[in-house]
Design a protein around this ligand. Structure first.
Ligand SMILES: *[C@@H]1O[C@H](CO)[C@@H](O)[C@H](O)[C@H]1NC(C)=O
Length: 168
């Protein structure tokens, strides 16, 4: 039997989609919104599960600006990104941990982890995670405590100059 060109193209496409569904790339992390105070350290962990022989993985955390726009997170001054991996039989678990060195109000927003299996082009996306950063109520107090100390230092300085003058 001769297989015509459209049929074989269809067959190949069908086999490819079958393969990608078998490669079983999974992205996992908690769904709950996260709330933390500014200045704190915070980590998001993205767990990938996949099969070694089917996948070379590329994975990233993104900041989601809108439905259409996401920015990959890369700034090494503000974020630390670590990756570690464990092999369990033929399965691999990989953790992509995004750490905010010091949270700021500007970090409020939505985040998402995505992974791509480079061999099959299969893409797995985690759900969108919402982060709320609360203002630190002691931030202003810390600043005034510091200026209070500055005032004391100046008083001590003035006092010691007066004493110096007095004794001479
Ligand atoms: C990565 O390292 C952390 C801390 O050592 C550990 O708890 C976690 O299970 C590791 N994850 C993987 C996928 O190896």
């Amino acid at each position: 039997m001769q297989i015509s060109y459209p049929t074989s193209a269809f067959l190949i496409a069908f086999l490819c989609s079958l393969l990608s569904s078998l490669s079983g790339l999974i992205v996992r992390y908690p769904r709950e919104p996260v709330e933390e105070m500014e200045g704190r350290v915070l980590s998001f962990k993205c767990r990938l599960e996949y099969k070694t022989e089917d996948c070379d993985i590329s994975a990233k955390w993104w900041r989601v600006e809108s439905d259409a726009i996401s920015e990959p997170i890369t700034d090494p001054n503000r974020f630390l990104i670590t990756v570690n991996e464990t092999k369990i039989d033929e399965q691999r678990h990989r953790d992509i941990v995004l750490t905010f060195n010091s949270l700021s109000i500007a970090d409020r927003g939505s985040y998402q982890c995505t992974a791509k299996c480079l061999n099959t082009e299969t893409v797995a996306k985690g759900h969108v995670l919402n982060l709320n950063v609360k203002a630190d109520p002691h931030k202003g107090l810390k600043a005034s405590a510091w200026s209070g100390k500055l005032k004391t230092d100046v008083t001590v300085l003035v006092l010691s100059i007066m004493l110096f003058v007095w004794y001479n």
